[in-house]
Design a protein around this ligand. Structure first.
Ligand SMILES: Cc1ncc(COP(=O)(O)O)c(C=O)c1O
Length: 294
């Protein structure tokens, strides 16, 4: 019956949504347009009017810009059309730890399922993904018994039965690192460090805006910002920095095909001043490139 379920996601969704659909034997996702860099709830409504059974994937913290889709409106549209809602909150979801940032995720609790990842706000190496569902019955299929792993008599004798706790069976104990992080820092501690990253991002964005050699593309919602040198070929500047071993800077191409440099600030103890040298280097590299080209 899953063959009839249509995945639907925003233009801003991560490519893993299409891969997951392929892996599950589902049709390719219907891609919904954005307003700015956030999925348009209105466009989603139009799509759901004609798709039939659907699972909608919204994003809280997009890969390119760190934007958060309008989750409450999207949840309402999904309810109206009987569609399931999954939120890819890999990046932004941990903002829940901060009372100040939590309103950004308004509507997240309406989702049927949420993906979180501690590899950004959580400071863990990959793999650090978590999958949460609102209704535990959705995970009932994981409650299997495999005699070689969780025989009843072993479980009754006190051996831990972890089989139902992860989707993959053979895996590294990723949950342990995550549990230690959360226990050691606590919700408040995590929230404070995440707030610092976001506050520093706003300061660095300010520094970019003030920089005569750089252009900022929009205020950061979380800790990601896009910028570019005012002159020179952006992709070439990035490669020059990479090839000279100076800096590895992210990139994003946003419509209409414009290349931007991307910073995602995740070091809670770095200050805006720590990034000034990098900004100057980007601007100087662009100037040098432009001088050679002319
Ligand atoms: C928003 C978002 N979702 C999903 C992923 C992919 O996660 P994974 O590489 O674990 O499939 C990324 C990658 O960083 C991402 O930024």
């Amino acid at each position: 019956k899953h063959q009839n379920v249509r995945p639907v996601c925003g233009r801003n969704a991560h490519h893993s949504v299409a891969r997951a659909a392929w892996l599950l034997g589902l049709p390719a996702p219907v891609v919904v347009g954005c307003e700015g860099e956030r999925m348009s709830a209105e466009a989603l409504g139009e799509v759901l009017r004609t798709t039939g059974p659907a699972v909608v994937v919204a994003t809280a913290g997009t890969t390119d810009t760190g934007d958060i889709d309008p989750l409450r409106e999207i949840a309402r549209v999904c309810r109206e059309h009987g569609a399931r809602l999954h939120v890819d909150a890999s990046y932004g979801g941990l903002a829940l730890c901060s009372a100040r940032l939590r309103p950004l995720l308004d509507g997240l609790a309406e989702a049927d399922s949420v993906a979180l990842d501690l590899h950004k706000f959580g400071w863990q190496p990959i793999a650090s993904g978590l999958f949460a569902v609102r209704d535990a019955a959705d995970l009932a299929a994981l409650n299997v018994q495999a005699e070689y792993l969780n025989a009843d008599d072993d479980t009754e004798a006190g051996l831990p039965d972890l089989l139902g706790r992860s989707i993959r069976t053979s895996r590294r104990p990723d949950a342990f690192r995550m549990a230690v992080t959360m226990r050691a820092l606590g919700l408040h501690g995590m929230g404070e460090l995440i707030e610092r990253c976001c506050a520093t991002a706003r300061e660095v964005a300010d520094a970019i805006r003030r920089h005569p050699g750089l252009e900022l593309r929009g205020e950061p919602t979380l800790s990601t910002m896009l910028f570019r040198p005012v002159s020179g070929d952006v992709a070439e500047v990035r490669r020059a920095l990479l090839e000279s071993g100076t800096a590895i800077i992210g990139r994003a191409t946003l419509p209409p095909g414009e290349v931007w440099l991307k910073l995602t600030l995740l070091h809670p103890h770095a200050t805006a001043a720590d990034y000034q040298g990098l900004l100057d280097t980007v601007a100087a590299t662009a100037r040098a490139g432009a001088a050679i080209a002319s």
